[in-house]
Structures are given as C-alpha cells and as structure tokens.
Design a protein. Structure first.
Length: 237
C-alpha cells in the first residue's frame, strides 16, 4: 500500500466539472486527487502568419500555475513564462493536435488554456486529459453556432504519470511520490492504444527495458480508464 492507501495500479479519483465558466466554448475543471486544473478551449478567427492562405487552422496551448497552487507562493508568469511552463504547454499542444484535423478547422485557431489552481503532482497529465474534454465542448458549441461545418476531432487522448518508487512501478504519482521516485514518466496515449508522447527520466536511478515495459503497460491500463471517464463526462449535457 502507498502512503495514501492506494494500490500500485490505482489512480487517484478523477472528476470533470464541465461548463465551469460561461465565456469559453469549453471550460472544464479537472480534479485528479488534490490536483485541480482549469482547462478552457476557445476558437478564434485567423491563424499564425506562417499558415495564412493555406486553408487550414491551428491548435495551440498555454499553461500556467497560479501563485497559490503550491504551499510556497509561485511567482506569477510574466510576459515570458518560465521554462517548465513552456515545456508543458508545448506538450499539451502536441498531444491535442494529434486528435484534430487542422484542415477541418479552416483558418481558425483553437486556443487551449490550462491553469493549475492547486498542484499535487500530475499537473501536465491532468492538463492534457482535461483539455481534451474542453476541446470537445468547444467544438460542439462552435458547430451549434455554425462556426465550424464539420467535426475536426479525429480521436481521443489522455495522459497519466507512472514511476518507480522503491523499485516498484506505481501509477498516477502525487507530489510526495513524485519527489521521491527513482524514475518518473509521463505518458500520453490515444484511444487506439498508440502513444503520443512518452517522457521518462531516471531522476535518481537508471531503469531497464523490462521496467520500462512494465511502466508503459501500467500507464496504458490507467489511461484506458481515463478515456472511459472522459466519455462518461461528455455524455452528460
């Protein structure tokens, strides 16, 4: 048993609060244990200069952690986000672009904003998982309002962390586990079982091919559960 009583293959409780704010096309507060991330999705006319006139849209993401998200106040990102925030927002953008047909967006930009309200490990994976639900809501609204003729969403994506703690593979690390893990890995996976991103780091130790395979299997099992939870949330009006 882990410090919070979970088994090795047990995720924290995941809840999606859809329509959390009124202005964005999609606004989802995702809870993963004590981690809380507000994910919003908005569609705006126009694309970056390098895409103008090419008849396709763009999807981009921004990520930030609010000052009170951690026990010690985090300095608010200014005009130039810190390196960690830049890395994570690029990860979120890459993951969500894999499930969107940019041609169907026409010359529109789909913005995903992920703001961490409370951090207890797994903020980047929660951002990806919540952003997908927000994306679906934004597209539904855009189609109702005749802003999009066709559905550009081509698949489903979610993400989860896994790691080695005391030599054992565990799923969905909270902050206490993440800070002590020998190996930390974040995995983003589509509903067809293909991987979008695998970020594995030997923080305090190396890991074998066998251990890597075990962590990937564990992550895939958890992500399939997340896919089911996303689908369940999206069936509610």
């Amino acid at each position: 048993m882990r410090h919070d009583g979970r088994k090795s293959n047990q995720m924290r409780k995941v809840v999606f609060h859809r329509h959390f704010t009124a202005q964005a096309g999609g606004a989802v507060l995702v809870e993963c244990g004590a981690t809380r991330v507000l994910c919003t999705a908005m569609i705006e006319p126009g694309v970056p200069a390098w895409l103008q006139g090419k008849g396709r849209g763009w999807l981009t993401a921004e990520y930030a952690m609010l000052p009170s998200a951690t026990p010690n106040r985090k300095k608010r990102d200014g005009a130039r986000p810190d390196g960690r925030s830049v890395e994570i927002q690029r990860l979120v953008g890459r993951a969500l672009r894999r499930v969107v047909n940019l041609v169907e967006l026409k010359e529109n930009t789909l913005w995903l904003d992920c703001d961490v309200l409370q951090a207890d490990g797994g903020t980047r994976t929660a951002a990806i998982t919540g952003a997908y639900v927000a994306l679906c809501d934004a597209v539904r609204r855009a189609r109702r309002e005749n802003l999009l003729a066709n559905n550009p969403i081509t698949g489903q994506v979610a993400a989860l962390s896994v790691g080695l703690l005391h030599g054992r593979a565990i799923l969905d690390l909270d902050y206490q586990e993440d800070s002590a893990a020998q190996v930390d890995m974040n995995v983003a996976m589509l509903a067809d079982g293909s991987f979008v991103e695998v970020q594995a780091t030997g923080e305090q130790a190396t890991f074998t091919t066998r251990q890597l395979a075990a962590m990937l299997r564990l992550a895939a099992t958890g992500i399939r559960r997340l896919h089911a939870l996303q689908n369940k949330a999206l069936r509610i009006k």
